[in-house]
Design a protein around this ligand. Structure first.
Ligand SMILES: Cc1cc2nc3c(=O)[nH]c(=O)nc-3n(C[C@H](O)[C@H](O)[C@H](O)COP(=O)(O)OP(=O)(O)OC[C@H]3O[C@@H](n4cnc5c(N)ncnc54)[C@H](O)[C@@H]3O)c2cc1C
Length: 542
């Protein structure tokens, strides 16, 4: 029987568990990972392939994945939202949909700007998870594979009971960090993790090879390739993600509100194709494609925990703590934020300074607000937002404010405890931020029916071209000024909303994307069929 003793026992060696152990081992603590899969057996559930700015800063500055991501991941440049028009026949092509593109692709060709962007990626998760697990091993973490945790006796030290090659075993650890994903080993044992009842959503997905790869099929505003973004295909009560990773590997999945959609989940594809039929351009893109694995299906997505951190020296991190929805790809990012706050706390304790109860309370409070806000945001999207293009646009612009915050840490020298404490706390982790979000959602509904009023397709691109770079040049040159570029960009989007609401000018965003010619910014007139269309068929955005 293994009677070993460690500073930290991490339950689960997925991405989050490996990162947790790696961070703490590097800080001088002795760590063990208990992972139920034998070494070399990949995770069955492959999901979580979009790496946001918030995940990127952590993966590169904290974990050290800059080169690995550069070599192995697909660089993406933003979001694309395609919304199924209401009161109309199903769209035949993507051009028949409302579309909002938030993209930094024009800056890719600008050698002064490109290195100053936080790179974001689509990544093949099994490979990345394995790589980080190997890094943890190489750093000295004890990796017990084939070790299935059964119970944790919370004590000083804790005793972790697990089965190893069918035989019972145990080890001791001062801290236990549960990273067991949706199995939520500790959360279940303690009875603190519960399914969310107020939102009943499911997801089904697969990875495909041989999808339509004709560049013309994917071309949108100013010739931009949609596949360089995380694509969201949305309709009432559902959204699809389309994550291009490389030639012959595309992740496609759908999340839907079960009150509004009841596809046949008794078949092996768990209703995937029934949902695809609601968005014909996706069926078109998948014609002739081959699914690479059995379809994966979660019958109920959201769950939450009463707390994630305890002064009794345990923590629940990543999917072991909570999950709401894949929207905005915040799964990994929130885990990273948790780890950034947890590591100093555990390290101080290991130095003999004890656990600061006030910090624990504060971090739990931030977590509770975040859970609540993210749930509200998702309820809003499924019930009110996903089918209303103006609402989708505004909530996407809202997200730019969150991204701006991350630019405080774009440079690795800014990856310090004090900067993290200021800018890398839990998203929406205060009452004020949560209330702002709620207010924003209510406000955006004022524009909710506008697409029905004027019957036009909303087509918007936030594509900062050369001219925008020129005008904002000081923000790219001055140290630490980059966040203000994103704040300005968002302000531009909001000004656009305001102006269009009052019919002031048809399309201010066109100016942002074009290379030459000065547009008329303010004129009052009735909307026309072409309002908002920034899609000249030729000429790149810059
Ligand atoms: C449909 C969907 C789409 C998503 N898309 C994104 C996205 O685009 N971007 C993003 O950032 N996030 C996304 N997420 C969330 C993201 O996938 C997760 O946040 C992340 O992968 C969680 O990693 P983890 O290490 O916490 O859990 P997991 O990857 O589930 O790892 C848990 C590990 O614990 C092990 N384990 C379980 N039980 C035991 C036990 N008893 N003993 C020992 N080991 C055990 C498992 O074998 C596994 O290796 C998505 C989630 C879903 C459901």
């Amino acid at each position: 029987m293994n009677q070993a003793s460690y500073d930290v026992a991490v339950l689960g060696g997925g991405l989050v568990g490996s990162m947790a152990a790696l961070m703490l081992q590097r800080r001088g603590l002795s760590c063990v990972i208990l992972e139920s899969r034998p070494w070399g057996k990949e995770q069955k559930v492959v999901v979580g392939e979009a790496i946001t700015e918030g995940s990127s800063v952590f993966l590169r500055h904290e974990i050290g994945l800059t080169d690995w991501l550069k070599q192995n991941a697909y660089r993406k440049f933003g979001f694309d939202f395609l919304v199924r028009p209401r009161n109309a026949d199903p769209p035949k092509t993507m051009d028949d949909c409302h579309e909002l593109l938030l993209s930094l692709t024009p800056l890719e060709k600008n050698q002064s700007a490109l290195p100053k962007l936080i790179p974001t990626f689509h990544v093949e998760r099994t490979t990345m998870n394995r790589h980080v697990a190997e890094m943890a091993k190489a750093a000295g973490v004890t990796f017990l594979d084939g070790a299935s945790v059964e119970q944790v006796e919370l004590d000083e030290p804790h005793v972790v009971h697990y089965a190893h090659a069918g035989a019972p075993a145990e080890l001791r650890a001062k801290w236990v960090i549960d990273c067991s994903g949706r199995r939520t080993v500790l959360g279940r044992q303690l009875g603190i993790t519960h399914p969310v009842k107020s939102l009943d959503t499911a997801a089904v997905w697969n990875r495909f090879e041989g999808v339509n790869d004709d560049p013309a099929f994917w071309r949108t505003f100013h010739g931009v390739d949609r596949r360089r973004h995380t694509i969201h295909f949305c309709g009432q009560g559902f959204w699809f993600w389309w994550i291009h990773q490389r030639d012959n590997l595309t992740s496609v999945g759908v999340s839907y509100d079960k009150e509004q959609h009841q596809p046949n989940v008794k078949t092996d594809d768990h209703g995937f194709w029934e949902m695809v039929a609601k968005f014909p351009p996706i069926a078109d893109a998948l014609r002739g494609a081959r699914a690479l694995e059995p379809y994966q299906y979660y019958a109920h997505l959201p769950y939450q925990s009463e707390h994630w951190l305890s002064a009794k020296r345990y923590a629940l991190v990543g999917d072991a703590a909570w999950f709401t929805d894949a929207l905005y790809s915040i799964g990994i990012e929130t885990s990273c934020r948790q780890l950034a706050m947890l590591a100093p706390l555990v390290t101080k304790d290991a130095r003999g300074e004890g656990v600061c109860e006030q910090s624990v309370m504060r971090l739990n409070e931030e977590f509770a607000y975040t859970q609540k806000a993210v749930l509200e945001l998702n309820r809003f999207k499924y019930k009110e937002g996903w089918h209303r293009p103006h609402v989708v646009m505004q909530t996407a612009l809202y997200e730019l404010g969150e991204i701006a915050e991350l630019y405080h840490m774009q440079c690795p020298t800014r990856w310090t405890q004090s900067t993290l404490q200021m800018h890398y706390r839990m998203q929406w982790g205060t009452r004020e931020r949560m209330e702002n979000l709620e207010r924003f959602q209510r406000e955006s509904l004022r524009d909710g029916e506008r697409d029905l009023e004027d019957g036009t397709l909303l087509k918007k691109a936030l594509l900062p071209g050369k001219r925008v770079y020129g005008v904002t040049w000081p923000l790219w040159k001055l140290p630490h000024a980059r966040p203000y570029f994103f704040i300005l960009t968002r302000a531009w989007g909001f000004a656009e909303r305001f102006a269009q609401r009052h019919r002031l000018f048809p399309d201010g965003l066109r100016w942002m994307a074009t290379e030459s010619g000065w547009p008329m910014l303010a004129r009052t007139r009735k909307p026309r069929k072409s309002d908002g269309d920034v899609r000249p068929q030729s000429g790149a955005a810059g």
